[in-house]
Ligand binder design. Sequence first.
Ligand SMILES: [Zn+2]
Length: 319
Amino acid sequence: MNLRQLGSRLAALQGRILMTLCVAAALPSAQAEPRPVKAVEVAKNAWFVQGEAALGSTANRNFISNAGFVVTDDGVVAIDALGSPALATELLAEIRRVTPQPLRYVILTHYHADHIYGLQVLKAAGATILAHESGKAYLNSDTARQRLQSSRRDIAPWIDADTRVVPADRWLDQEDLTLRVGTTDIQVRHVGLAHTPEDLVVYVPDSGVLFAGDLVFRGRIPFVGEADSRHWIESLGRLIEIRPKVLIPGHGPASTEPVADLELTREYLKYLRTTMAEAARNLEPFDDAYAKADWSRFEHLPLFKAANRMNAYNTYLLM
Ligand SMILES: [Zn+2]
């Protein structure tokens, strides 16, 4: 083959590769297989499953949040329950894959839909559900009812008429609690009012793993909602002091550089507060203040478009 023939062969090959890439890119995402619930061990006896960085939908089965579990010599402690009963069933199967120990407890970091719709399955499996008592307000709220109704419509058939919001079996009213399960200490700390009033985090000193719930978001913009960002910033400071070795956030991948992630979330919240407080003080219209702010440190993060403007607006109103 001479050089010219080789050149035209290469060009043809390149064309075929390009075409393949374009066809692959054009495939509708609905055809993609939903992400399986797959437990990954992040430290000795500490596992988690990672949801997608997306909004809940029928296609992703509402698998948009993480859940974790800790295996002790006297049973398993799960952290959060995932976003639909089917996902919780898969979580149970993953627990059974790695240990014969029974599921004893579920510690709920907070009552948000994407973390709780699997509770009924875990309770039926024999687990005692623990949550902070500030979460009681959610159970009978309009927010909870409306959210469940819209989830039944938007995330059918994964959320259906049988899906319920399950109360805790044990409501914690203290700041800190250490559960001793077998020979493992499980520290439960109330860090709300931050993302929600009832925020709990779970720390396992043996392995240095911190399950941080939605106080820390990795690889995406947090939903600030009507959260109290001042107290949230303080709580992040308390978590930084723990100096955990591994951090499992409520959303996104596990982190082996927890302090950096805690600091990034804190920086984001601080920036929201500083810019929006200044605007509110100067009676500057929100749109102007938003356009003027420099979001470059955060705009590359997933869900920036979906969440940032709302976060800024809520903070502006708060101020
Ligand atoms: Zn969440």
